[in-house]
Design a protein around this ligand. Structure first.
Ligand code: NI
Length: 176
């Protein structure tokens, strides 16, 4: 587990940036330095994600405009650097939430299957793919790195209601 790589150093838990923090909408730069700093960042992001708790966390969510996300959907932690969705297929409806839009979930469709290509923490090419939760996670986290929140992926009407609820501080109305 990569969380144990720095036993003498306490992990850092970052505050999570929430909507409408502009850093969530800003673009990100590709990671070009692969070394201990990047590993520390990934470790801290995982710690922050587990503490939240969440199943994925992208760097802009802790105010860092770099192309990296971490995730663990139950099979163990992994990190992806400079990821890109290269294939999607099918359709899957799922109630999706985001640590940066806390307390809200919306049920909507995205492609069921997604394949993402990028680099690992050593800068080596890596690919992750999956359907349902894994497919959804890859799309959601890669979206964060292009400044896109799940709000932008909602169908128009649901999005309008969502933005109104957020503006008024109304708790998640679900999908009735
Ligand atoms: Ni998110």
């Amino acid at each position: 587990c990569i969380r144990d790589r720095y036993p003498d150093r306490p992990m850092a838990i970052y505050p999570i940036r929430v909507f409408p923090d502009p850093v969530l909408r800003a673009g990100t730069s590709p990671v070009t330095d692969f070394g201990s700093e990047l590993r520390r960042l990934a470790d801290d992001m995982l710690e922050t994600m587990y503490a939240a708790p969440g199943v994925g966390l992208a760097a802009p969510q802790i105010g860092i405009s770099k192309q990296i996300f971490v995730a663990d959907i139950g099979d163990g932690p992994f990190a992806m650097v400079n990821p890109e969705i290269v294939e999607t297929s099918g359709k899957w409806k799922f109630e999706e939430g985001c640590l940066s839009v806390p307390g809200y979930w919306w049920e909507f469709s995205r492609p069921a299957f997604a394949r993402a290509r990028g680099l690992d923490l050593d800068g080596e090419p890596v690919e992750y793919a999956g359907d349902e939760l894994m497919g959804r996670l890859l799309q959601h986290e890669t979206d964060h790195l292009i400044g896109t929140l799940l709000l932008e992926r909602l169908p128009r009407r649901l999005r309008k209601d969502a933005l109104r609820d957020l503006r008024n501080g109304v708790p998640s109305s679900g999908n009735e």
